[in-house]
Design a protein around this ligand. Structure first.
Ligand SMILES: C[S@@+](CC[C@H](N)C(=O)[O-])C[C@H]1O[C@@H](n2cnc3c(N)ncnc32)[C@H](O)[C@@H]1O
Length: 243
């Protein structure tokens, strides 16, 4: 299934629930952005690519950025609106590949977090989004991306079944089928309806992206990798435009 269809028809309605809850995810990014010392000096613009319900957009707006929050799943943008209050967050429903069309001048910060880059259809699309990111930043501007490590090792057997979240009403499990270049993800949702468990399954592909390839491109395009960490299988990279 196409990634957009997967989010529109299946994952979008339960995404925040599987995150745990919005506040926990939001607090994680408040802490991360403090560690990365992200703070606007005056009026600065941040672009959040694949913003989802706003776990990054909201803390960035609270820091003082004017945030352009881009996602192609309207249900998640509606949730973002619920979390935005009076914060300066502009939601845009579009493909992140079109993000340059939504900015007038170069910007101060671009984030693409929570494993969003791997959702792009192929490596050429990743390359062209990263190229547009580099072109769209001001000198001194910062790019932060975070992707899950699907390259370091490929789980086999029972390790491919990930219990994501469960309560008395719903159970969400993920089955990961590793191929050479992609992971075929099957999301399995059981919902209790009138006392009976009903199962629904939806699938899509994630790219097995090598972060060193992305970092090399960033460096070639004039950015310095200022910080790279890996925690709980998630690789986070911060790069600063020097030119
Ligand atoms: C794994 S979620 C991450 C959401 C959020 N950044 C977070 O960390 O919770 C990926 C998000 O990217 C969006 N997305 C994936 N591919 C996209 C694309 N090509 N254009 C726009 N949004 C996209 C999905 O709708 C989803 O909200």
């Amino acid at each position: 299934m196409r990634v957009k269809d997967h989010y529109d028809s299946f994952l979008g309605s339960v995404y925040s629930w599987i995150l745990g809850d919005f506040d926990t995810a939001y607090r994680k990014y408040v802490d991360l952005f403090a560690t990365l010392k992200l703070a606007p000096h005056g009026d600065e613009i941040a672009v959040d690519l694949g913003c989802g319900p706003g776990c990054q957009s909201v803390p960035l707006a609270e820091l003082g950025y004017d945030v352009l929050a881009i996602d192609f799943c309207q249900a998640l943008l509606d949730e973002l609106a619920d979390h935005s209050g009076t914060l300066r967050i502009k939601p845009i429903c579009d493909d992140i590949r079109n993000f340059p069309e939504h900015i007038e001048n170069s910007v101060d910060l671009i984030v693409c977090m929570g494993d969003t880059l791997v959702h792009l259809p192929d490596r050429e699309a990743v390359r062209s989004v990263v190229e547009a990111v580099c072109d769209s930043l001001k000198p001194g501007g910062v790019f932060v991306y975070a992707i899950r490590d699907y390259v370091g090792h490929a789980p086999t057997g029972a390790a491919r079944f990930i219990p994501v979240r469960a309560n008395d009403e719903q159970i969400f499990t993920c089955f990961l089928d590793y191929r050479d270049d992609v992971v075929h993800v099957h999301d399995v949702l059981y919902r209790k309806q009138e006392g009976e468990w009903k199962m629904s399954v939806s699938d899509y592909l994630k790219l097995r992206l090598d972060s060193t390839v992305i970092d090399r491109q960033l460096t070639e395009q004039g950015l310095d990798i200022s910080c790279k960490t890996e925690a709980d299988g998630m690789i986070t990279v911060m790069a600063t435009k020097t030119l």
